[in-house]
Unconditional design. Structure first.
Length: 473
């Protein structure tokens, strides 16, 4: 029977950027040198030493004696985003955003025994210690630490000794019997080399999952004590959610537009057949698509408008194994535009969302030059020192050009104003106008607008292209 008890563990599926904490207890926690051991393996190829992802050895918590380990930082290093398919408006495999793992729960402590039987004299006049199945053998070096007044009463028994003889239930040490003053002194015996009992797989936790997301809905609310709802995102039952920060609600539609690149992440299961359907607000089918994952993972499902979708719509996703997602709603923006540009950004839950910038765009460049002044040499002509044509005193050795775009949104509703804040703080943003390219949002602050105090909301943002033009010397 395992000596480990699981006190708390995360849900089956967790965002990698939220706490992922395991808390366990063990009946051996009062042994000397005790450590809890958490060993992380990939779910495929688990329990093979060569496949260990990480191993943590932790001391018991002072107040409870429990072992506690948060592995969220490790999980963050094992998942990432996948932008490879955001150009094509087609559903694609994004399983880099997902990781499945096992946890082996174990422990270690210094091998030792606590004897309480009275000391006895051996046949050779040495001290004999009785303890059933003690494990020591002839020649072992051991350290004895006596309790109470033992070190005073039996000074030669205290400290380092050699095992002279060992039987199953007793052993003899090199301490003379005639020096023992108190045969009833108890003590602890450990190996001198501090060898340990190590159990790595006393209990197992299997097939846990993480994805590249950060769930924030409960922060700064009265629901902070609510656990992340794994079952809502595992996508194996009806009426659940996709891995996006957008709400599945007709009251919170995201603003879509022609050629908008929206991809919502979905936990998929190999062998299931998935269907994506676009409906107008009168429940008429506008378009549909299908895909068939070969293995478990995460797929980025395209939910933006297709060529057949030119009005407000919602998207349904389901499979032939009993899964269905709640509908996600979009308003279709068909206003006349000055520019058809958009920023595609990674949302908090790892999906890709798009934001349109339909008003005037200003493209600017900033030039910086690194220069130095050099000595100007001359020449002798006709016995006179004169200058040299085209000689340079100030020389430029490096020129940098930073290209920026000032983008401006059209009028928007309050829910899109909320999405705009997420765009400003997203770690991964791509610009799409005449071409796709990576960019960096050049913003250090933002203002929150509400329709309660500002009926019309419009925003601007400055982006910097992630790659700058090389300049020859």
């Amino acid at each position: 029977m395992p000596s480990t008890t699981i006190i708390a563990q995360p849900g089956q599926l967790m965002p990698a950027y939220n706490p992922i904490k395991y808390i366990i207890d063990n009946t051996n926690k009062n042994e000397p040198g005790f450590r809890y051991i958490f060993t992380i393996y990939p779910a495929v190829g688990s329990h093979i030493p060569a496949n260990v992802v990480a191993q943590y050895k932790v001391l018991p918590v002072y107040s409870t004696g429990y072992g506690e380990q948060d592995i969220s930082l490790l999980m963050q290093s094992l998942v990432t985003y996948n932008e490879s398919g955001i150009y094509n408006q087609v559903t694609y495999n994004s399983s880099e955003s997902w990781y499945q793992y096992d946890v082996d729960l174990g422990y270690e402590y210094i091998d030792n025994i606590d004897y309480t039987s009275a000391l006895q004299e051996s046949g050779g006049g040495d001290v004999e210690i009785h303890f059933n199945a003690h494990g020591f053998v002839f020649g072992d070096q051991v350290i004895i630490a006596q309790t109470s007044t033992g070190p005073v009463d039996n000074p030669t028994v205290e400290g380092l000794h050699t095992v002279l003889y060992a039987d199953t239930n007793y052993f003899v040490i090199n301490a003379r019997w005639d020096t023992v003053g108190n045969i009833n002194s108890n003590g602890n015996v450990a190996y001198a080399d501090q060898r340990k009992t190590v159990v790595l797989n006393d209990a197992l936790i299997t097939n846990k999952e993480v994805f590249n997301g950060a769930y924030n809905d409960n922060l700064n609310t009265g629901a902070e004590d609510n656990a992340f709802s794994s079952v809502t995102y595992l996508a194996n039952i009806a009426n659940v959610l996709l891995m996006t920060s957008n709400y599945a609600s007709a009251y919170h539609p995201a603003s879509a537009f022609y050629n908008a690149h929206f991809y919502y992440n979905l936990r998929v299961y190999g062998g299931a057949a998935y269907e994506v359907e676009w409906y107008d607000m009168d429940d008429n089918l506008l378009d549909n698509d299908s895909f068939n994952p070969a293995s478990d993972g995460i797929w980025a499902v395209y939910v933006g408008p297709t060529l057949n979708v030119t009005e407000d719509y919602y998207v349904l996703i389901y499979n032939d194994a009993g899964f269905s997602a709640n509908p996600y709603y979009f308003t279709y923006d068909n206003r006349c535009t000055i520019n058809d540009q958009q920023l595609i950004y990674l949302d908090r839950m790892g999906s890709w969302q798009a934001f349109s910038f339909q008003l005037r765009t200003y493209e600017k460049g900033q030039i910086t030059r690194e220069q130095y002044n050099q000595h100007i040499d001359g020449q002798v002509i006709g016995s006179q020192w004169v200058g040299v044509n085209l000689q340079k005193g100030s020389r430029t050795y490096n020129t940098n050009v930073t290209k920026t775009f000032d983008l401006n949104t059209n009028w928007m509703g309050q829910y899109d104003a909320k999405r705009f804040q997420e765009l400003l703080t997203s770690p991964q943003v791509y610009y799409y106008g005449d071409y796709f390219c990576a960019c960096v949002v050049d913003a250090t602050s933002f203002e929150v607008f509400s329709q309660k105090n500002k009926k019309l909301i419009k925003q601007s943002v400055t982006i910097k292209l992630a790659q700058q033009d090389p300049i020859n010397g």
